[in-house]
Design a protein around this ligand. Structure first.
Ligand SMILES: [Mn+2]
Length: 363
């Protein structure tokens, strides 16, 4: 399957390729960068990189993609849009490289759909988008200089403990990255790079900088040493964002609404930054037994992040269930971590549905 995807990349015409990833996701950005850099290495030209927005408007995306002959989706649960993708595959060759909970196997429909479930025995949520992209592209060219990008995805999506041997390879190549309290987690040099890249969530300029940095950085340590203008901007934003993340991590016990009987924390975040994902991941790693549902209003939508490290409930199922019951709902992800969004006018209904659904699912 990885070899088939490698063939797909070899056959692409560089002037007509679009790579699509999910906005502000560290694993997605790293995955997109690995594929783009490999194509550049192979064919001398960088493909177009598109970030899929939070509201997941596939119609708008299709319009943009109609200009391209090859569409590569990385780290994006795009298989939910089965019918739209089948339509797209009439005008473009489609490759999907993803590890989110599977909704549809699209291989029967003339689309090359790479998912760990199809060829790997382990836990799909750990075989992250950037590692999949890396393993595919490593079949195409020698890309060992980009292994740290796969490490960025692995740390970002909490998959590195399952790929320790690969992580050790990264550290052999870039020994300076191997420093910190936990070399497989966020408290490492590599983890610091991950947090620089996830400052992408600050806004459009930060997003562009994070992608550019992952495309251009030859030496990952130079990112932390601020040798790139993009890194300097992102670090400046990161300091700002970290202050807010720390505030919400520190104060969750007094600020979140607790449902003690089911150990659920419903936590509203009011920040101009998109920090829900980071706050919920950190909180759930610190408090694995608690089910966290963190939500934030962005314009006319509410975006939520659900986390539970002990897998007491299936976060993918919960977010999909919520999405199905709320206006303009889209949702899903992994068992321990998933997200969704819906129209802000349904906020009250959402606040009632979360404890109700969690109770039902725990039965
Ligand atoms: Mn991912």
């Amino acid at each position: 399957m990885l070899k088939q995807a490698a063939e797909f990349i070899k056959e692409c015409k560089p002037a007509s390729i679009a790579i699509v990833y999910h906005k502000a996701c560290g694993d997605g950005i790293a995955a997109a960068a690995i594929v783009a850099r490999t194509i550049e290495k192979l064919k001398g030209k960088l493909p177009k990189i598109i970030s899929y927005a939070y509201n997941e408007d596939f119609k708008k995306l299709s319009k943009e993609l109609s200009k391209y002959k090859f569409a590569i989706f990385v780290d994006l649960a795009i298989d939910r849009n089965k019918d739209e993708l089948i339509t797209l595959s009439k005008s473009a060759k489609v490759l999907i490289v993803d590890h989110h909970e599977l909704t549809n196997n699209l291989n029967k429909f003339g689309i090359l759909h790479v998912h760990p479930k199809f060829f790997w025995q382990g836990n799909s949520s750990k075989y992250v988008g950037a590692k999949l992209a890396y393993d595919i592209c490593a079949e195409v060219a020698d890309i060992s200089d980009m292994c740290w990008l796969a490490g960025v995805g692995l740390v970002h999506d909490v998959g590195s403990e399952d790929f320790k041997e690969f992580m050790n390879q990264i550290y052999r190549k870039f020994p300076e990255l191997k420093e910190g309290k936990n070399i497989y987690g966020f408290e490492s040099r590599l983890g610091q790079i991950v947090s620089v890249i996830t400052a992408a969530s600050y806004g459009p300029q930060a997003e562009k900088s994070a992608v550019k940095l992952c495309i251009e950085a030859k030496d990952p340590m130079a990112i932390l040493e601020s040798k790139y203008a993009e890194a300097r901007l992102l670090m400046h934003l990161k300091a700002d964002i970290n202050k807010e993340i720390n505030y919400y991590v520190k104060n969750w016990r007094t600020k979140a609404k607790m449902f003690k009987d089911i150990n659920l924390a419903l936590y509203r975040i009011n920040s101009k930054h998109n920090i829900g994902s980071a706050v919920s991941t950190i909180l759930s790693l610190k408090n694995p037994e608690v089910i966290f549902v963190v939500y934030k209003k962005i314009g006319s939508i509410i975006k939520i992040s659900t986390r539970n490290q002990t897998k007491r409930i299936n976060c993918d199922e919960l977010t999909k269930k919520l999405a199905a019951n709320l206006t303009n709902g889209v949702g899903g992800g992994h068992i321990p971590a998933a997200g969704s969004s819906f129209a802000a006018k349904d906020l009250k209904k959402f606040l009632e549905l979360v404890p109700k659904f969690v109770k039902e699912m725990l039965k």
